[in-house]
Design a protein around this ligand. Structure first.
Ligand SMILES: [Zn+2]
Length: 255
């Protein structure tokens, strides 16, 4: 399932292929993928224009076309494909045809993704109550402390909610809690100052390691298996459904 690092890759892919070219046609193959926008509006507002820039916030991609922004959310199986020949991917839902004949398809087998228009990404982010993007260079430890504040509830649920920070899903939250030694059900308000700092620093390190394709050493990411031995401490990995998601943690060093 695409989380922040994967959506960052889609954003770079979009930037590398789809900017500064006139969109001749927006082909809607399956209107069920659309958010609030009507098919005719998506077409009439984008056709004849070009995408000029693209940005990401959490798991959302926003592409500026001068008269608004395209918003893409990749759900569980969303993907982008740029191609010149043939029909394109089997599960293409919306295909942008450029002047030179190249195409960019948004594909999504499971249909949990969304193609939509927004007038202003910042207003959208605020309206949705999304937290800061963890990789925003202006986002500081102080901001993160303030956002956690005296929030109650389990840290895993809070990190997954998109309200504290935007972009983390099940896999990266498990990784973050594993690497910082925090039990998924621990209450956020009981975290020490050092633990909050560790969460902030480690969150950025995990995400940039994934984005840069650097080697992962001793990550739980690569061994999500009940009963597996913890490479950090020799403890045992446990699996349970926590807040509706399959969760792995070490029974010894995560407290
Ligand atoms: Zn351990």
């Amino acid at each position: 399932m695409p989380e922040l690092p994967e959506v960052e890759a889609f954003t770079r892919y979009f930037a590398a292929h789809a900017l500064q070219q006139r969109v001749a046609k927006v082909e809607i193959r399956d209107a069920r993928i659309l958010g609030d926008v009507r098919p005719g509006e998506l077409q009439s507002r984008i056709e004849g224009r070009a995408f000029t820039s693209v940005r990401r916030h959490g798991k959302h991609l926003f592409a500026d076309f001068g008269d608004g922004w395209l918003r893409l959310h990749f759900g569980m199986t969303g993907d982008l494909s740029y191609y010149r020949e043939g029909e394109g991917p089997r599960f293409s839902k919306v295909v942008f045809h450029f002047d030179d004949g190249a195409k960019l398809a948004f594909e999504d087998m499971r249909l949990f993704g969304v193609v939509d228009l927004v007038d202003d990404p910042d207003a959208y982010i605020e309206r949705q109550g999304l937290g800061r993007d963890p990789l925003d260079p202006t986002f500081t430890l102080r901001d993160f402390r303030k956002a956690i504040g005296k929030r109650k509830g389990a840290i895993k649920a809070l990190l997954m909610s998109q309200e504290l920070v935007a972009g983390l899903g099940n896999l990266y939250v498990d990784e973050l809690l594993y690497q910082t030694g925090i039990q998924p059900r621990r209450s956020a308000e009981k975290l020490s100052d050092d633990e909050v700092k560790a969460l902030f620093v480690t969150m950025r390190r995990i995400l940039s390691t994934m984005i840069d394709g650097k080697p992962r050493r001793n990550w739980i990411f690569d061994r999500r298996e009940e009963g597996e031995r913890c490479p950090k401490c020799g403890g045992t990995f446990r699996r349970a459904t926590v807040f509706g998601r399959t969760t792995y943690w070490c029974n010894k060093h995560q407290r």
